[in-house]
Design a protein around this ligand. Structure first.
Ligand SMILES: Cc1cc2nc3c(=O)[nH]c(=O)nc-3n(C[C@H](O)[C@H](O)[C@H](O)COP(=O)(O)O)c2cc1C
Length: 171
């Protein structure tokens, strides 16, 4: 089996999880790590199993990830799993299912087996803090609590959980 781990990442959080997923996948099979921008649909079609990673942008997968899902090719026996990072401390199970919906829909349409989605918290890029604080209508105390909570994310624990997700998927 050959595995592709691909991701879109602007500030490094999703990339950190991608690295962990690829490291774990490489223990069980051939695994390549590639940024989404480096890929074409033909290249993606060559893999048996694809992990695709995205930050959450305005409650949705990042646009380039949705675009990639839209051009996946129909192949026989391919598997796909997702991973998402988000600044919110945690999303209840049902929300995460909703965020992963474009992945599931693409799999269904293209005959790809959907293997689930991992998610964890990621620190919001500093350049976005003022904008998001305003958008969420938080006062300075609330915002500094939020920043404190997400500082250091994704944490080592998240990296380990991502590896466990891969292990269980291949078990
Ligand atoms: C434009 C933009 C929109 C975002 N929207 C959300 C959101 O709706 N919910 C959320 O929890 N985090 C949101 N975030 C935070 C990112 O999902 C989070 O910081 C993620 O870990 C960034 O991943 P990256 O470092 O791989 O780019 C947003 C970030 C950006 C830049």
């Amino acid at each position: 089996m050959n595995v592709l781990v691909t991701y879109f990442s602007q500030s490094g959080n999703t990339e950190k999880i991608a690295n962990a997923i690829c490291e774990e996948a490489a223990k069980a099979s051939d695994a390549d790590l590639k940024k989404l921008e480096e890929l074409t649909p033909d290249m993606v079609a060559e893999y048996d199993c694809i992990f695709i990673g995205s930050p959450l942008h305005s409650g949705s997968l990042a646009a380039p990830v949705k675009e990639c899902l839209g051009v996946l090719k129909e192949t026989s026996g391919q598997q796909l799993a997702g991973f998402i990072t988000h600044m919110a401390p945690a999303y209840p199970e049902q929300d995460m299912e909703a965020f992963a919906e474009p992945m599931k829909a693409a799999c269904k349409e293209k005959g790809i087996e959907y293997k689930g989605c991992f998610d964890c918290q990621g620190f919001l890029a500093e350049s976005m803090h003022a904008i998001v604080q305003k958008k969420l209508n938080m006062d300075d105390d609330q915002w500094s609590e939020m920043v404190k909570q997400m500082t250091g994310c994704p944490r080592q624990e998240d990296v380990e959980n991502a590896k466990t997700f891969v292990k269980e998927l291949f078990a």
